[in-house]
Design a protein around this ligand. Structure first.
Ligand code: MN3
Length: 199
C-alpha cells in the first residue's frame, strides 16, 4: 500500500542526550512507542480505506479515534525528536535570529519562555504535550498544551514539542517529572525552532 508512514531515523545516537535523557529511554521511546504509533496509524488508515470501499459508515466513524490517536502520536514524535539535539550539536544553545528576537520582544528572555513552558508542563494532568508554537494569524509565539496524543492544529506552526507522557521520563526520573522538565532544556534544539519559525 502506498502512502504508509514510516519511523524516521534520529539525527543523533540514542545515548547522545545523556545525562539529561538516558539512552535507554530514547531507544524504547523511539523503537517501541513511536513505532507503535506508526503501525497503528497505518493499520487504521488501511481499515478506513477498506471501510470506505464498502460504504461502511459506522466503521469509518469508529476508526476516527484510532486515526486521531496514532496519527497524533506519529506527528508529535516526529516533531519531538527534531526538538532535541545533543549539546555537541547545539542542544540548549540559544539563537539570535528572528525567533529569538520575537521571544525577547514577547517574553523578555528565553528563560522566561522556559519558565512559562515548565509551568504549563507541570499543569498537564495525565499524558500530554507542551508546545511552543507560532500563531499563523498574528505570528505571535504561544505556549500551548494538548492532552494525550492530540496535536496542534493548522492554526499554529509548531516550533518545539515536549513530550510529557510518563514513558518519556519515568525510567530515569520516576515520579519527579519536574526534574525531567528542568533537564530537557539542556538539549532543546532552539535552532530547529528558529528554522520552523521562518517557514
Ligand atoms: Mn512519547
Amino acid at each position: 500500500m502506498t502512502g504508509k508512514v514510516t519511523l524516521p531515523k534520529l539525527d543523533y545516537a540514542y545515548d547522545a542526550l545523556e545525562p539529561y535523557i538516558s539512552g535507554q529511554i530514547n531507544e524504547i521511546h523511539h523503537k517501541n512507542h513511536h513505532q507503535t504509533y506508526v503501525n497503528g496509524y497505518n493499520t487504521a488508515i488501511e481499515q478506513h480505506s477498506e471501510a470506505q470501499k464498502n460504504a461502511d459508515v459506522l466503521k469509518t466513524i469508529e476508526l476516527q479515534q484510532a486515526i486521531k490517536f496514532h496519527g497524533g502520536g506519529v506527528r508529535n514524535h516526529n516533531i519531538f525528536w527534531k526538538s532535541l539535539a545533543p549539546v555537541s550539536q547545539g542542544g540548549g544553545k540559544f539563537t539570535d535570529g528572528p525567533f529569538a528576537k520575537a521571544v525577547e520582544k514577547e517574553y523578555g528572555s528565553f528563560d522566561k519562555l522556559i519558565a512559562l513552558t515548565n509551568t504549563k508542563l507541570a499543569s498537564i494532568q495525565g499524558s500530554g504535550w507542551a508546545w511552543i508554537v507560532k500563531d499563523n494569524d498574528n505570528h505571535s509565539i504561544e505556549v500551548v498544551t494538548t492532552a494525550n496524543q492530540d496535536t496542534v492544529g493548522s492554526q499554529f506552526t509548531p516550533l518545539l514539542a515536549i513530550d510529557a507522557w510518563e514513558h518519556a521520563y519515568y525510567l530515569q526520573y520516576q515520579n519527579v517529572k519536574v526534574d525531567y522538565f528542568k533537564a530537557i532544556w539542556h538539549v532543546i534544539n532552539w535552532a530547529e525552532a528558529e528554522k520552523r519559525y521562518g517557514n
